[in-house]
Design a protein around this ligand. Structure first.
Ligand SMILES: NC(=O)C1=CN([C@@H]2O[C@H](COP(=O)(O)OP(=O)(O)OC[C@H]3O[C@@H](n4cnc5c(N)ncnc54)[C@H](O)[C@@H]3O)[C@@H](O)[C@H]2O)C=CC1
Ligand SMILES: O=C(O)C(=O)COP(=O)(O)O
Length: 556
């Protein structure tokens, strides 16, 4: 599991309301399990949370209950988040993302079960097992009617060479089938390693005796088997679907079955589940149907229950779930390495936006990462999300986290451009410094405007702590903790003492102080870290010191 991150990063509860997967660290969280989940997973959840198992809820009941819960676990029968299975097509991901709600799934524990069911359907279909069984039970003995076809030497096209598809391919090889696969995104060497050739869509569907579907349902795969594709298939082809009903145009399949293009189909999934009683496909004599049983083995359900329970508990504890569907996957090593920079990133965002006085709005932000690492070795998504959080939260009621940062920025018309500066030095350290610049704005603190006209702040990690190292064109060095007073003054002796004594007399503790200047006896910028927020009158006293030209108070 990934190490805990600062809770500001992983917390996915919109302010003032509880959410599906939320870090309510104060009380024991409540997990609503809305569909049947294996006992092992429930036990695991109970070690950490209150578990409410409420099945068959109406939409209204579900909505009422969700508002009181911290996490929700569903399977495929629910329209609404931890998905105890692979397919997340029953979760409105954009709505979840928009509300900063983390969606996690259990992507691996039912893979073998789904692959085994695919193989079961291929073999059962080839030998008419379901139809023959029904006829024997009806008192018939139709040995000639149910002559089947052999699998050995036949070509199987696996459409979607992912987790399930590759396991089906491996098993079909064991049955003596010639296996080809179509998957525009799968690495060819992974296919070659098990003796499978990756081919084009056209080649796969036109040369196969059996076609087995294992791709996710996406806009690109919706009804990918349709009248046009059936027309290109070998007469007598057999189709298996344990992926999602929507990848087949079901009316077109009925037509292809009636026309004899498709000899048989074996379907575990349907566009509408359960299908209507008079569904022509289900009732077709050459179709074998199962009620979405791909993941339904005792072993898979136990595995899925544990996988989702671990993911939900991890998310509730503030760990970034490795199986998060709508947040960038950040490997554990990268997470722990970047953790201190995550704080710098958020604080720089907060500082930069508080320095803005007006102008054409905060629209264009440039982030520069200076690192000795090659750009390919350095993933900035996490840092970018935190800068966005820092930029947006002080000026809005929005709650920004890793899940919804990019979305929220886009929605607010905030354009973030990223640049990397490749430094000489040791790539062991992921990052030297981060710089945040906001263009086309005026600043409350004129000295924060750089030579090129942007509000500019720069920070780095020193001794594991976040530091502000540059404001505008002034170098400073102040730890980014508590709050900050930035003050520009004429560079002359006694200034630190004067400001320090005003703060001291008002019982405001100074945690850090640093002065940066362009040249001796000209202008200097003093950065003062304070533990308490000074009263307005105290700040006014600082402003009234004759040598002080401008100052600003900033909350970190
Ligand atoms: N019937 C059941 O109970 C179960 C169904 N499933 C379903 O099986 C499907 C596959 O699951 P996994 O293998 O775990 O997913 P996966 O993500 O590991 O594999 C999907 C593969 O499809 C490929 N793909 C995407 N677009 C494609 C396209 N246009 N043409 C061809 N390939 C394309 C991807 O590159 C990927 O390799 C999913 O739809 C999942 O929901 C999974 C488990 C149980
Ligand atoms: O994991 C998947 O994608 C499945 O289709 C399994 O669905 P289920 O959890 O059995 O309702």
């Amino acid at each position: 599991m990934a190490p805990p991150l600062p809770s500001s990063l992983t917390s996915v509860a919109p302010r003032g309301r509880r959410s599906f997967v939320v870090m309510a660290m104060d009380a024991k969280p409540t997990v609503l399990v809305a569909e049947k989940l294996g006992a092992a997973g429930l036990d695991l959840l109970k070690t950490f949370a209150n578990v409410d198992c409420s099945y068959n809820l109406t939409q209204e009941e579900l909505c009422t209950k969700i508002s009181l819960c911290d996490a929700l676990i569903v399977r495929s029968g629910t329209k609404v988040v931890g998905r105890a299975g692979v397919g997340i097509d029953n979760v409105d991901l954009s709505a979840a993302t928009e509300h900063g709600c983390l969606v996690v799934n259990a992507p691996t524990a039912n893979t073998v079960a789904a692959a085994e069911h695919g193989i079961a359907l291929i073999t059962a279909m080839a030998r008419n097992v379901a139809q023959a069984d029904a006829s024997v039970k009806a008192g018939k003995w139709l040995r000639n009617k149910y002559v089947g076809v052999s699998l050995v030497g036949k070509t199987l096209a696996v459409m979607g060479f992912g987790k399930v598809g590759s396991e089906v391919a491996r098993r079909a090889k064991g049955l003596g089938m010639h296996v080809i696969a179509h998957d525009p995104y799968a690495p060819a060497d992974r296919a070659h390693a098990i003796g499978v050739d990756l081919v084009s869509f056209e080649e796969a569907i036109s040369t196969a005796d059996f076609i087995s579907l294992h791709m996710p349902l996406t806009p690109a795969t919706s009804k990918i088997l349709n009248d046009e594709s059936f027309a290109k298939m070998k007469k007598g082809v057999r189709i298996v679907n344990v992926a999602r009903g929507g990848v087949i145009d079901e009316d077109a399949l009925v037509r292809a079955l009636d026309a004899g293009i498709v000899a048989q189909a074996a379907l575990d999934v349907f566009t509408e589940e359960p299908p209507a009683k008079d569904n022509k496909l289900v009732l077709h004599e050459n179709v074998t149907a199962t009620p979405h049983l791909g993941a339904s083995t005792t072993e898979a359900q136990e595995g899925v229950a544990i996988e989702i329970a671990e993911a939900v508990v991890g998310a509730l504890k503030g760990e970034l779930a490795a199986t998060a569907v709508n947040a960038p996957m950040v490997p554990a090593e990268v997470l722990s390495e970047l953790a201190p920079f995550v704080v710098v990133a958020e604080k720089l965002g907060r500082l930069a936006v508080q320095l803005v006085a007006g102008g054409s709005g905060v629209k264009s932000v440039k982030v520069t990462y200076a690192s000795a690492r090659a750009p390919d070795d350095f993933d900035t998504r996490l840092l970018r999300a935190m800068i966005i959080k820092g930029l947006i939260e002080p000026i809005s009621s929005a709650f920004v986290n890793l899940v919804n940062a990019d979305f929220t920025a886009k929605q607010r018309g905030l354009r973030i451009t990223e640049e990397r500066i490749l430094l000489d030095g040791s790539p062991e350290n992921p990052l030297e410094y981060i710089q945040v610049q906001i263009a086309n704005v005026e600043s409350k603190f004129a000295s924060a405007i750089s030579e090129t006209g942007e509000v500019k702040v720069e920070g780095m990690v020193k001794d594991g702590k976040p530091h502000l190292t540059r404001v505008g064109s002034f170098n400073v060095d102040v730890s980014l903790e508590g709050s900050l007073i930035l003050c520009r003054q004429v560079d002359q002796p006694g200034m630190i003492g004067k400001v320090g004594s005003i703060l001291g007399s008002e019982n405001v503790n100074v945690s850090f102080m640093s002065v940066g200047r362009i040249a001796p006896r000209k202008h200097a910028v003093m950065a003062i870290g304070v533990d308490e927020e000074p009263k307005k009158e105290t700040l006014k006293k600082i402003g009234d010191i004759p040598a002080v030209e401008e100052f600003v108070f900033l909350k970190l």
